[in-house]
Design a protein around this ligand. Structure first.
Ligand code: KG4
Ligand code: ZN
Length: 341
């Protein structure tokens, strides 16, 4: 079973080939030019996907030493994400499936992140608690099995990655802000500033990062002279370390509390923020103490990638509707192309 996966939900154009559950290629092209604007510009993102999608798919096929005619299934991210960006990958995938007469599987982006630990050799056994932390999402899920998910809680305002990006912007650091804050925090003192741990003591599993972001803003305003930020490089490192510590305390606290409440033996952290070294380090230590298995995918599978899309499609039964539509699509494509001049 050879699957072509396509991911274009935000600012990464990605295509991957998964054959019999093994990743043969995973090409990711990141649109770094958004850093010029301090955030992703949706219209520019979809135009860049349009330019990139065909070469990226060709590269994925080439690297996997796979011919188009060897594909059995095409899968692409259906949402959530930026609509213009999603449409590029989705329609390219549908067109390829239609022309080759193959089933097309639309994939949910969050579900793909949630199951991304299955890209690793050591993957979790069900049930596990999955924490998806990215630029667009922060949610905690009890994963009882494939397509058997219980949402325990999610953010009521900003996503954790979004907070990293916004705080980095306030500090005049680059975009995306997560990796910048991660690096600078290593040199800083996490106790220098006492930022809040929003909703950490609340019973449930809701998250909130907007107030934390605002408290960083107020602290910075208090130290500005004539509206100009007046912090030394060392103080910026301290703000990064203190802010990051707050986020890590909240994410770790809620994740581990859920693991105890639902009596699971494994937890998985996925999405771009799972690349954060302080988060991974803290969780490694706490999970060892609590005898919990910790699963964090390799960095290339943490941020947006098509391997997770193809892998999720490979784990699902192909819905009969997708399989049934395939010959009809092929007939339609045949008619269209024979009639074309
Ligand atoms: O999963 P992802 O690639 O895209 C979305 O679906 O949003 O996540 C991107 C987010 C960005 O907000 C970025 O700042 C954050 O992940 N991120 C990090 C790190 N690397 C990426 N946040 C904290 N520490 C990192 N090392
Ligand atoms: Zn994502």
């Amino acid at each position: 079973m050879t699957i072509l996966g396509i991911e274009t939900s935000c600012d990464e154009t990605s295509a991957a080939i998964v054959r019999d559950g093994i990743v043969r290629s995973n090409i990711v092209s990141s649109q770094y030019f958004h850093s010029l604007y301090g955030g992703v510009v949706p219209e520019l993102a979809s135009r860049a996907h349009l330019r990139n999608i065909v070469p990226i798919i060709e590269k994925a096929l080439h690297e996997a030493e796979t011919e188009m005619r060897e594909l059995n299934v095409v899968a692409a991210t259906q949402g959530p994400g930026l609509i213009g960006s999603l449409l590029v990958g989705l329609n390219t995938g549908k067109a390829i499936a239609m022309c080759l007469g193959l089933p097309f599987i639309p994939v949910n982006h969050i579900e793909a992140h949630l199951l991304s630990p299955f890209l690793m050799e050591q993957h979790p056994a069900f049930p596990y608690i999955g924490l998806v932390v990215s630029g667009g999402h922060t949610l905690l899920v009890l994963v009882d099995g494939l397509q058997n998910y219980r949402l325990l809680g999610s953010t009521i305002d900003d996503a954790a990655g979004e907070a990293f990006d916004k705080v980095a912007k306030m500090l005049g650091l680059g975009f995306p802000g997560g990796p910048e804050i991660d690096s600078r925090a290593r040199h800083g003192n996490a106790k220098a500033f006492d930022f809040p741990r929003p909703l950490l003591d609340e019973q449930g599993y809701r998250f909130s990062f907007s107030g934390l972001k605002t408290s960083v803003l107020y602290m910075l305003r208090g130290r500005a002279t004539n509206g100009v930020l007046a912090l030394s490089p060392e103080e910026i490192d301290d703000v990064c370390a203190s802010f990051q510590r707050s986020v890590v305390d909240v994410l770790t606290g809620k994740l581990l509390r859920a693991a105890v409440e639902f009596n699971v033996h494994a937890v998985a952290v996925t999405g771009g923020v799972s690349a954060n070294r302080e988060l991974a380090g803290t969780l490694r230590q706490r999970c060892e103490e609590m005898d919990l298995r910790l699963h964090i995918p390799a960095a290339i599978y943490s941020t947006d990638n098509a391997a997770m899309v193809a892998m999720l499609a490979s784990m699902k039964d192909i819905p009969s509707s997708a399989a049934l539509h395939a010959p009809a699509f092929a007939r339609l494509a045949g008619t269209l192309f024979h009639e074309a001049p």
